[in-house]
Design a protein around this ligand. Structure first.
Ligand SMILES: *[C@@H]1O[C@H](CO)[C@@H](O)[C@H](O)[C@H]1NC(C)=O
Ligand SMILES: *[C@@H]1O[C@H](CO)[C@@H](O)[C@H](O)[C@H]1NC(C)=O
Ligand SMILES: *[C@@H]1O[C@H](CO)[C@@H](O)[C@H](O)[C@H]1NC(C)=O
Ligand SMILES: *[C@@H]1O[C@H](CO)[C@@H](O)[C@H](O)[C@H]1NC(C)=O
Length: 433
């Protein structure tokens, strides 16, 4: 209470000094409203935390119903309360191949989808021998739309060849275009659903099938008017392994193919995925927030250890995190504490560097295949529930696969995929196990 009264008084004295040669009546006119404003703004802070409803009302965009007693509008839109998010329309867009989905899928269900049970899931994934693992999504609260497609060559335009670079992309420009197509396709699914049901989502969370989450997605990451991305792993641009925004900013962020002509006419060239993503936001005047987010991208690829200046560090899946989308695998960490400090201060901040402070990161030697016994390591780190899901996929047979996949299909509002038997046969064979 004392501080609340002290602050305006100090400021009043300052002002008094500055304008000591002004007419006192004028000064009175300035000070009284100013103190009132300060007092109101200071006294709102405690009230907000006592009555969440108040912050619920004042955090909304609409300030029209408060005229004289309003707190000053915060300079930037602040984040939302969880209670408000739970009443908003959220789309979660999940893209990518299902390679290690028996590890990542259940973590996405627990830490993202069940945290926001009002969220509609949109799944966009290429068909391959791991697709059957997607049946783990049959437990999600709301399944809006599933699209599993046969991967085709994406024809490339002259503009795309000018704007993009094949460097550091495992499958060259085609690899980038496939990825962009995957992301933008998810936006198309969402827009089609919106048109069909005549509404617009308040939020779109775009995330990856190969993301392993070790903590819940927090409401602070929903910032209206700005696009939230993970910090670190920027590779010369912006980390594009996850994004959260309102519909407007998300539309820009997810329009990865259709904005390329804009990048071309703005004179960009030789962009990788991350720098194209950054250019997309900056040319469209979308500001962004870089937050630490509790997921890593599970990878089977091998990487040099210790990493070179522009090399890729591979985190142990058991790292306390948040790992903000850094590459990871289940391993016995070879490098902790001072060793991590050593390696991470050697990495280029504008490339593969990621936040590592306070023991959040432990590293694997990812030069070879996943180590023997990685399953045990995973089970110990992920806990009983996720370990059970991993084993469920491991012992799954064809018949159970078909049953579960059909169950999931029935839950979906829209379903566009090869036949369920075909998906299960490709992954499990007809009569194996
Ligand atoms: C708030 O907005 C100002 C400019 O309008 C910007 O400089 C500042 O970084 C923003 N702060 C946050 C926390 O986003
Ligand atoms: C869609 O919603 C708008 C506003 O909520 C309403 O005016 C319009 O009639 C609706 N259209 C259909 C086809 O339901
Ligand atoms: C972005 O802002 C700049 C400068 O304010 C403006 O010239 C440009 O037209 C804006 N671009 C878009 C796509 O809004
Ligand atoms: C480490 O933890 C301390 C105390 O919790 C915090 O103030 C500091 O910002 C953290 N540092 C990093 C790099 O996360």
């Amino acid at each position: 209470m004392k501080e609340m009264i002290e602050k305006p008084r100090k400021i009043n004295m300052l002002i008094r000094k500055w304008v000591s040669d002004l007419d006192w009546r004028l000064l009175f006119l300035v000070i009284v409203p100013l103190s009132l404003l300060l007092f109101v703004s200071l006294s709102y802070t405690p009230i907000n935390s006592v009555f969440p409803l108040r912050s619920f009302i004042f955090n909304r965009n609409n300030f029209s119903d408060c005229i004289s007693t309003c707190p000053p509008r915060p300079p930037n839109q602040t984040h939302l309360a969880k209670s408000e998010l739970l009443q908003s329309r959220i789309a979660v867009c999940l893209v990518g191949g299902a390679r290690r989905f028996e590890l990542t899928g259940p973590s996405i269900v627990e830490k993202v989808l069940k945290e926001y049970p009002n969220a509609d899931l949109f799944l966009h994934s290429p068909m391959d021998k791991n697709t059957f693992k997607l049946l783990l999504l049959k437990t999600v609260p709301r399944l809006a739309s599933v699209r599993i497609f046969e991967q085709k060559f994406v024809p490339q335009t002259e503009e795309q060849v000018r704007v993009l670079t094949a460097a550091n992309s495992p499958n060259g420009i085609q690899g980038l275009l496939q990825y962009f197509n995957l992301v933008e396709g998810c936006l198309a699914m969402i827009e089609s659903h919106q048109r069909q049901h005549n509404f617009t989502y308040d939020w779109i969370v775009r995330t990856r099938v190969d993301g392993y989450w070790n903590a819940p997605l927090q409401p602070q990451n929903f910032v209206s008017g700005q696009y939230t991305v993970p910090s670190g792993s920027v590779y010369g641009g912006l980390n594009d392994r996850l994004g959260i925004g309102d519909f407007y900013t998300s539309k820009i962020a997810l329009s990865r193919l259709s904005l390329i002509p804009k990048l071309d006419s703005a004179g960009y060239s030789q962009l990788n995925s991350e720098s194209a993503f950054k250019a997309q936001l900056t040319t469209q005047n979308v500001s962004y927030v870089e937050n630490r987010l509790p997921f890593c991208v599970v990878t089977d690829r091998t990487y040099q250890f210790p990493p070179a200046h522009l090399g890729v560090p591979v985190a142990a899946l058991s790292s306390p995190g948040p790992l903000s989308g850094a590459k990871c695998r289940p391993c016995t960490p070879i490098c902790k504490d001072l060793c991590v400090a050593d390696i991470m201060s050697w990495l280029d901040k504008r490339w593969s560097w990621t936040n590592w402070g306070n023991g959040t990161l432990e590293l694997c030697n990812a030069q070879g295949d996943w180590e023997n016994g990685w399953e045990k390591i995973f089970d110990r780190v992920a806990g009983k529930k996720l370990a059970a899901e991993r084993r469920r996929v491991k012992v799954l047979n064809f018949d159970k696969c078909v049953r579960d996949f059909r169950e999931m299909k029935q839950k979906a509002v829209k379903w566009e995929a090869p036949g369920v038997k075909e998906i299960c046969r490709l992954g499990l064979g007809m009569s194996r196990r």
